[in-house]
Design a protein around this ligand. Structure first.
Ligand SMILES: NCc1[nH]cc(CCC(=O)O)c1CC(=O)O
Length: 294
């Protein structure tokens, strides 16, 4: 809802004489997401709910956390704009400890992200990682009730919801490389709605858009076959795009990393180049191991 309100405010600033109505679908979507994520590992069910609303003519556009938008959209939809990225970093949240390094052996860390799990396990094998689901309030509640010594959340979500003081420390990309699209919001519309595309074009942030295109290209290369810990984070400096990426096994024992730079005008090429580099670093065999598990 915060994100939808944010987009509405931006649209009303651009088009003061228009009206923007918010069709709230958070609760239902959250329930569906919570119920099914653990069973089928499916991503994008909440996105699907909003797509159904657009297909039914109930909504013209949908506002998403880009991280939750599947890499391949159905042909009936397109992304019309990617908004300027918030903090892309992961946040360490705890009532008792300052950072991951301060946690004693056996301390329980909450996250359901395979990426966060692999990155923590690789650096801190003495910690115990347990699943943590639900919306932000639910997750913080579980921490506060003592179910975890610490939890890892996206900094962007905490900042947007006015809870930056819950962030005990930020995990730098060198330690916890963000997920593709983390911290960015995207607006999805029915494909071919040129009127909407034009209205929304001013909301698109060119640097964020280039960065997440590179990240999502890489994710597309590795995401299709199985659920695998995957990180990709790109930044723009001038006309150059720089990206780092990682794939690994959930236990953190095998990790492949790669980084490269290229022109910001060709983000997909950089994404493919880094995918190739990851493959020569052993990503292919990591994916094979993951398929064998499934
Ligand atoms: N994993 C779910 C998810 N999808 C988007 C965000 C919020 C941050 C963002 O917009 O990227 C979160 C919460 C989290 O990872 O802690």
């Amino acid at each position: 809802m915060w994100q939808a309100e944010h987009v509405r405010a931006q649209l009303l600033e651009l088009y003061p004489h228009s009206s923007v109505e918010i069709l709230g679908m958070t609760t239902r979507g959250d329930q569906i997401l919570d119920r099914t994520l653990s069973k089928v590992g499916g991503k994008g069910l909440f996105v699907k709910e909003l797509e159904i609303a657009m297909l039914g003519g109930h909504a013209d556009l949908a506002v998403h956390s880009l991280k939750d938008v599947p890499m391949e959209l159905p042909p009936e939809f397109e992304l019309a704009a990617v908004l300027e990225r918030e903090d892309a970093r992961d946040a360490f949240v705890s009532n008792d400890y300052d950072n991951l390094a301060a946690l004693p052996a056996g301390a329980v860390v909450g996250t359901s992200s395979l990426r966060r799990q692999a990155l923590i396990a690789a650096r801190f094998p003495h910690l115990v990682i347990r699943p943590l689901r639900g919306n932000l309030d639910t997750r913080l509640g579980k921490l506060d009730r003592g179910e975890y010594a610490a939890i890892i959340l996206a900094a962007a979500g905490l900042k947007r919801l006015g809870l930056p003081e819950r962030i005990r420390s930020l995990l730098e990309p060198e330690q916890s490389l963000p997920a593709p699209g983390q911290g960015a919001m995207a607006i999805e519309i029915p494909a071919g709605r040129a009127d909407l595309r034009q209205l929304l074009a001013p909301l698109d942030h060119a640097d964020t858009s280039a960065a997440v295109r590179a990240e999502r290209t890489l994710s597309r290369v590795f995401g299709g076959s199985c659920q695998v810990p995957l990180a990709a984070y790109a930044t723009v400096a001038g006309d150059q795009l720089h990206m780092r990426a990682m794939v690994g096994t959930p236990d953190g024992l095998r990790v492949a990393t790669a980084e490269a730079s290229g022109p910001a005008s060709a983000p997909e090429a950089l994404g493919r180049q880094i995918a190739d580099a990851l493959n020569t670093q052993g990503a292919a065999s990591i994916l094979e191991a993951c398929k064998a598990d499934a």
